[in-house]
Design a protein around this ligand. Structure first.
Ligand code: MTE
Ligand code: MO
Length: 263
């Protein structure tokens, strides 16, 4: 048998050939990924839309992903950790006023007759004055207030710890429910809070900022300060308080923001 011992030596590829080959490979990869992406996109578009309600409308698979993200952050930034605090000297002198939904749009509001309306159940309510609230032990906090829009400030707040308030006014039975809902007197701005953040030791019903009564635009006479959450949950000018086992409606969650909004 005659064998050719001389190996066929392949001529090295010219630069042009190399480029052509790479272009061909890249195109193949691009076409495959592209087709996959289009198919995936179409799958997402054809997927059913979630039932609108508490959270902003999106496709069911996306909501599933968002819920997973939320769960991850919940485990990571637990409602139970203590937020870092600072010395009073670090607090800004004139904290920023961010947004005024439920405040500038309420011409009927009268601070002199204001009372906190606590809905006990479908039939009964309790009305609590600012004097009654100020008579409770005062708690202060200086911490870094964070807004989802990308700013933060060290601010100094004082008021009554929400858990002290609930205990004093015998609202602990109601507060065993999974959620607390808060809204402005005109119901234009509203938030929902999970039970563990309601009972968080740094969560306060605030009536003072920098040692003085809170101004109207910062939420007088009473606002929520919930340091384990982004600014959006820190409702200014509380009017109504409710308790429920299902998620209360939440202004920014309806617009598509994370319901949890934890820090
Ligand atoms: N009633 C009411 N509360 C509100 C808001 C609002 O528009 N209306 N904005 C929220 C947002 S997004 C932030 S960042 C903080 C800002 O509080 P500040 O204006 O006291 O800085 O209030 C929160 N509470
Ligand atoms: Mo915000």
């Amino acid at each position: 048998m005659k064998t050719d011992h001389k190996k066929k030596v392949k001529a090295p590829l010219t630069v042009e050939q190399k480029i052509k080959r790479r272009t061909f490979i890249s195109f193949g990869v691009f076409a495959t990924l592209g087709t996959g992406a289009i198919a995936g996109w179409k799958w997402l578009l054809d997927a059913p839309e979630e039932t609108p309600g508490i959270t902003g409308g999106t496709r069911v698979p996306l909501r599933k992903a968002l819920n997973k993200t939320e769960l991850f952050f919940r485990n990571f930034f637990s409602n139970n950790h203590l937020v870092k605090t600072y010395n009073k000297e670090r607090a800004v002198k004139t904290p920023r006023v961010n947004s005024l939904i439920g405040i500038e749009d309420d011409e009927d509001f009268d601070i002199t007759t204001w009372k906190l309306h606590v809905k006990l159940n479908s039939l009964n309510s309790q009305y609590i004055s600012i004097e009654e609230i100020k008579a409770l032990p005062k708690t202060e906090i200086v911490y870094d207030f964070k807004c989802v829009e990308g700013w933060d400030e060290i601010q100094h707040w004082a008021g009554v710890r929400l858990s002290d308030f609930l205990a004093h006014f015998k609202l602990e039975e109601q507060a065993k429910k999974q959620y607390m809902g808060l809204e402005t007197p005109n119901k234009a701005y509203y938030v929902g809070l999970e039970r563990d953040c309601v009972f968080h030791p740094q969560t306060i019903l605030a009536y003072e900022m920098n040692g003085k009564p809170i101004s109207l635009e910062h939420g007088a006479p009473l606002r929520l300060i919930v340091p384990v959450k982004y600014g959006i949950k820190n409702l200014k000018r509380i009017g109504n308080m409710t308790f429920s086992d299902s998620r209360p409606k939440d202004y920014w969650a309806e617009q598509g923001y994370d319901y949890y909004s934890g820090l």
